[in-house]
Every structure is written in structure tokens, then in C-alpha cells.
Ligand binder design. Structure first.
Ligand code: F0G
Length: 459
């Protein structure tokens, strides 16, 4: 029997209009925002792929949860539902709500971090790295070699390099490594998954040296689905069972609920160590709030709890992973260079191969981002020399290793026809690639310049 089309596993009860603009209008909007899509008003964007974080569509049951939310300061009913659901997935003893992922990171690393300490990860997300460095410690990425090559197709490009991890522990001393992390899926490179075997092997090394293993679990359900599809022995397990096994190797987890809990705000810390949990709760009270709400309203806790139930649904995950893969496949078929294979939450266009004639000093990724907006009102983000470029002593740009454009796909927000439209727009930009121009920066802040930088096209 011919396989059937994988459809959106929901029908739409509430809609939000998107605003159409003309190319002439977009030319003015883009110029007025200094050719920086971060500065465009969201209302002037047709398809917004800036991030998959906090942009999910909530379900009818989540909205019902918003009404049900118990706003008691202490001991809210909504907290206990949230705690029960998070425990059912993570099997961890202490669940601490926070307002988003970086708040969980801030609390954790304020306690376990400090000068002279090291935190290995497959790849740290920016905020994780920033919170570690802010505490005075060093954040170290130990991604496996395959994961560093955009053109190599492999099943688990997010894996930790376990051998390097062991060598690193021997070099720095286990006593200087308060914990080791694995980010599932690995956000850099578009959400490449980590295999169960790799989590298990990482745990074994950590255990040998008495180092706790933590998951950065933002996209745990997407990772679980990749394991189901790609790793031997998991085809007949449910995503929930696989997620439970992933967490069973961990001693703790940080979570941004803005991703795989299908909500617009929220996060948590999950821990097994009682003493650490007590310290985290004490700090939580100072920075986030009482331990049964931690920076969230009761209604948010309800929405997170319900989202976590929905995200491990197999039909949802099949649709989710397939829709990103569909976008990736179509782009590859028309010759658009992307990081392969497509990851869980985003497609990364390889701007170096897309625009070989525009050198890094003229920001090829920014050129594509601007053209996607002009052509079709699509907002994407440059992840290349605008974001990561530095200057040498003489003010010459030291480019980023890769020049990428991220198309992050919000969860349950866009339908297949939106994706088909997106493919048409990217194809149009690609066909017109020989006419694309580079950009120069006319204003930049001393730190995190990509958020506020202003550009000028090199016509
Ligand atoms: N860890 C990972 C792997 C992330 O991708 C993010 C956020 C965080 C931690 C921080 O969570 O935003 O709730 O504080 N990633 C977003 C993105 C911002 O666009 O990839 P947060």
C-alpha cells in the first residue's frame, strides 16, 4: 500500500491573520530597520522563522488549562499537576519551575559554577555558555567530528565525542568538573539528535569519574523520536518510553518549556540530588519566586503540564519531524545547499555555498536573510559572521567558521501550504543568487551585535 500523506494531526479552532505587504512596502520596511530583520515589527512579517522558541500554537486543552490555572501563591494545584507530569517523564525527584530555560541555567551555574571549573557539553547553547562564563567557569564543546561537517549525512550528528570527554576529564581533573551536559537535540546545526547509545556511553564515563550528567532537555521529545526512527531496538517503543530512558541516565536537567513543552513561556530544573535541590530552591526564592511557581503564573504551569503530555504523542512528532524534513528535501532537490540531514526544529542554509562570490566580510548570510524578506516577507536569522564574527588588532574581520541562515520552524503554527510557499520563495532567491549583493555594517554594539546592528547594501 502506498504510504499516505502525513497530515497536520490537528484541526484549527482559532486563527491569527498574517499581514500581507507588497515588495515596495518591504523595501521601505527593510531599509528603515537598517537591513536587520531583528528590528522589523513582527506585524510586517508574513512567515516568521526567527525562532522555534516560545512561538508554538497551544492546543484547546492548553488554553482550557489557562482558565483552570490555580494562582495560589503557595502550593498551587497547577504546580502539583506540573510536577507530576515532569516527574513522569524525567523520573527525577525534585522539580523546580523557572520562567524559562536560561533562568534554570542561571540558578544551576550560580551554585555549581565558579572560577577554575569546566563544563563539557556536546555543544553549549549561547545562554548556557553565557551563564557558565558569567560564573567564572569555562564552557567546553566536545561535539563528535561528523557533527562538524554540514555536508556529511549521518544519523546522530549531535553526539558527544566520548573519547575526547574522557581525555578532557583526565586533563582537567574530575574535581574541577562539577557536571557534564548533553544538549538534546543539539541546537547548533539545526537540532541534530543524540543517540541513546551516546547518552549511555557518556553516562558511563561520567560515572567512572563521579561526575553528574545533566541534559539540556529543550527538545527532548524531538530527540526521542529520532531515536525511535534511527536507532536499533527502539522502533517499537513509544516516544515517552524513549524519553524516560534518556532521562534515566541523567542526574539532572535544565529545560526551556518554550520548545518541547509547546508553550510561550516556562522552564524548569529537574534534579535528583537533595542538597543541590535545596540550594537551587533557596536561590529561586531570591530570583524567580516561591518554589511552587518559580517565576510563572499558575496558568502557565497548567499549559506546560498539558504541553508535555501532547508533545510525546507519536502522530504529533511524526508530523513535526516530517515537516522539517520535507522542507529540507525540497530545498536539496532544487540545489539549495543546507546542513544535512535536516534536524528536528530548523533548516540551516549554507550561505557560503549558496553565495560563493560574496566573501564573509560582506556577510553572505545577511544577504540571503534580507532577500528572503524582500522576496516573500519571510524572516530568518543569520548565524555566521554577523553573529559570531570578531575583529583582529587591525580591525580586520575574523569570520565565523560557517556562514549559515537558520529557518527555525515554530511548532503547530504553519501548515504545509505555508511550507510550500516558503520553498517557492527560497527557490526564487536561489535562482536570483547571481544578482545578490553583500552588505557592510554601519552601526554595531560592542556585544551581541547581531541584535541591533545596522547594515548598508553594497550596490
Ligand atoms: N538551551 C537550548 C538548547 C536552547 O535552544 C535555548 C534557547 C536555551 C537553552 C535557553 O532557553 O530561551 O527559554 O531561556 N533557544 C532559543 C533559540 C532562544 O532560538 O534557539 P530560553
Amino acid at each position: 500500500m502506498k504510504p499516505k500523506t502525513i497530515i497536520e494531526p490537528f484541526k484549527i479552532k482559532s486563527v491569527e491573520p498574517i499581514r500581507f505587504t507588497t515588495r515596495e512596502e518591504r523595501e521601505i520596511i527593510l531599509k528603515d530597520s537598517g537591513y536587520n530583520p531583528f528590528l522589523i515589527h513582527a506585524d510586517d512579517v508574513l512567515i516568521d522563522l526567527l525562532t522555534d522558541s516560545g512561538t508554538s500554537a497551544m492546543s484547546a486543552k492548553q488554553w482550557a488549562g489557562i482558565m483552570e490555572g490555580d494562582e495560589s501563591y503557595a502550593g498551587s494545584k497547577s504546580f502539583y499537576r506540573f510536577e507530576a507530569v515532569v516527574k513522569s517523564i524525567t523520573q527525577m525527584k525534585y522539580i523546580i519551575p523557572t520562567h524559562q530555560g536560561r533562568a534554570a541555567e542561571k540558578i544551576l551555574f550560580s551554585i555549581v559554577g565558579g572560577p577554575g571549573k569546566y563544563f563539557p557539553n556536546n555543544t553549549h547553547f549561547d545562554t548556557t555558555r553565557a551563564n557558565i562564563e558569567f560564573s567564572g567557569s569555562e564552557a567546553v564543546d566536545l561535539l563528535n567530528e561528523t557533527g562538524k561537517h554540514p555536508e556529511i549525512r549521518a544519523d546522530f550528528k549531535g553526539n558527544m565525542d566520548v573519547e575526547k570527554l574522557e581525555a578532557f576529564i583526565k586533563e582537567k581533573g574530575a574535581e574541577n568538573i562539577p557536571l557534564c551536559m548533553i544538549t538534546v537535540t543539539n541546537n547548533s546545526g539545526g537540532g541534530q539528535p543524540v543517540s541513546m547509545q551516546n547518552i549511555r556511553e557518556t553516562k558511563e564515563v561520567c560515572k567512572k569519574y563521579g561526575i553528574p550528567l545533566f541534559l539540556d532537555a529543550c527538545r527532548f521529545a524531538e530527540n526521542a523520536y529520532f531515536i525511535k526512527k534511527r536507532e536499533k531496538g527502539y522502533a517499537n517503543k513509544s516516544p515517552l518510553e524513549i524519553a524516560q530512558e534518556m532521562f534515566s541516565y541523567a542526574d539532572g536537567a535544565t529545560m526551556s518549556a518554550k520548545k518541547d513543552a509547546l508553550v510561550n513561556i516556562g522552564g524548569f530544573l529537574a534534579l535528583n540530588d537533595e542538597d543541590l535541590a535545596m540550594k537551587c530552591r533557596n536561590l529561586l526564592i531570591v530570583t524567580e519566586g516561591f518554589p511552587t511557581y518559580g517565576g510563572l503564573a499558575g496558568r502557565d504551569l497548567e499549559a506546560v503540564a498539558q504541553g508535555l503530555v501532547e508533545v510525546v504523542d507519536e502522530h504529533y512528532l511524526e508530523y513535526r519531524i516530517r515537516s522539517v524534513e520535507y522542507l529540507g528535501e525540497k530545498l536539496v532537490s532544487i540545489g539549495v545547499p543546507i546542513i544535512e540531514p535536516p534536524g528536528g526544529h530548523a533548516i540551516y542554509i549554507d550561505a557560503k555555498r549558496f553565495l560563493p562570490n560574496i566573501p564573509p566580510e560582506h556577510y553572505p548570510g545577511q544577504s540571503i536573510v534580507c532577500e528572503l524578506y524582500l522576496e516573500g516577507g519571510v524572516r530568518a536569522v543569520e548565524i555566521g559572521s554577523v553573529m559570531f564574527g570578531k575583529y583582529d588588532k587591525n580591525g580586520k574581520l575574523i569570520p565565523a567558521i560557517m556562514e549559515l541562515v537558520r529557518l527555525a520552524i515554530p511548532r503547530r503554527v504553519y501548515t504545509q501550504s505555508h511550507v510550500d510557499y516558503l520553498i517557492e520563495i527560497i527557490a526564487e532567491v536561489y535562482n536570483n543568487r547571481n544578482n545578490l549583493k553583500g552588505y557592510t555594517i554601519t552601526y554595531e554594539a560592542p556585544m551581541l551585535r547581531h541584535f541591533t546592528a545596522q547594515f548598508k547594501p553594497l550596490y
